[in-house]
Design a protein around this ligand. Sequence first.
Ligand code: SAM
Length: 435
Amino acid sequence: MSKRYLYIETYGCQMNEYDSDRIRTALDMEATDDPQKADVVIINTCAIREKADQKALSSLGKFKHLKSRKPNVLVGVAGCVAQLYGDKLLDKVPHLDFVLGPRAIPRVSQLISQVENSRRRSIETSFDIEEVFEVEPYHEEGKVTGFVSIQQGCNKMCTYCIVPYVRGKEINRPIHHILREAKNLVRKGVKEITLIGQTVNSWKMDGYKFGDLLKMMADIEGLIRIRFTTSYPRDVTKKMIESIKGTREICHHIHLPVQSGSNSVLTTMKRTYTREWYIDTLNRLRDSIPDMAISTDIIIGFPAETEEDFDDTMKLLDEVQFDSAFSFKYSPRPGTPAAQLADQVPSHVATGRLAELQEFQREITSKKNLRRVGQIEEVLIEGESKNDRNWLSGRTTHNRIVNIPGTNDLRGKIIRASITEGFQNSLRGVLIENI
Ligand code: SAM
């Protein structure tokens, strides 16, 4: 049988990158970067904000001409937008052949055969799929870092968030699956694994908690670094902190979305913690692990956010001094409770506040990066820098990108670098020694 080619375009987070790699394994086709060469085209979408969702939909439009020139090419939409709009997408996009929800990835091959055999467009968005963790992602040879999903869906029901509606309730992955996939990656040369889940630290299974899993991961021979994302503030336990503190392989960085510094906004968001509780959690982390790097997510312009609420968020940024922050303008999502709230903040007000907050955080991040100048950092070299082949790029335990001059034989090694310059998003240094 002749080779068949798959073209996938991915939008959104790491979870979607991971899912695209799973689709690649499930279909067992040759990947191509050229849609003109493809037998199957899949757009893997994100629905977290309206912009992401529209971007993905408009990208589908690009394949109209391809489909009319090559009618045998199958065009599909996968991911959260597929789940959100379901068969409405088939009505709206005449050149679309199939719709695949994020939980249904293990069924993608069946779905495509069904479309090809019946010559009818088809949809698979069931949540009730037992083999949900069965398909492991395709792994590109030579990569130093990899992801392992430990959880699907989310149980938290934050009022702004579409995730529980499009990815379903939380399902935790069995421990032997997680360790098997992690060991496979290490066998292929991976040195650093990031455990991923919507609220990764709420993982528990068969009497084991997230802190236990971290320690078991650290026992994998050849795995030198472990990261995890995204953590939920209420699920940062004493055991988890002790595991990070007591296990050399676990990186000293946590991504802990706070979303807002105002208690009234946090209550309407149903985040289940207060500003004081969040700060106390960071204090517990920093008391145990003084160099712990902390990054966060913030939503600006949530319904009824006043100037005072916004000011509370700015004060929180000042007090906490996050190493970095992702901040977003609130985007009402269909079917979520917050989208029904009457008091939506005018767009121009939210845009102004967001710009102010981002400028303030940029200053904090730059100041923190500049403070690393003159220090010695341990860096795991991931490969050549994207912009210049004479430079190597890697990360510190605190998740800071470091670029050093050097050659690719250092890829996959931990080196000591002396930091010479600090920028907004990265550091620059020189090699001291290979360890
Ligand atoms: N499950 C994680 C959590 O909320 O803790 C991450 C979910 S999401 C992929 C990443 C970030 O997008 C969230 O932390 C939040 O800041 C942002 N986000 C989620 N829903 C949003 C919305 N409706 N409007 C704007 N930002 C949103």
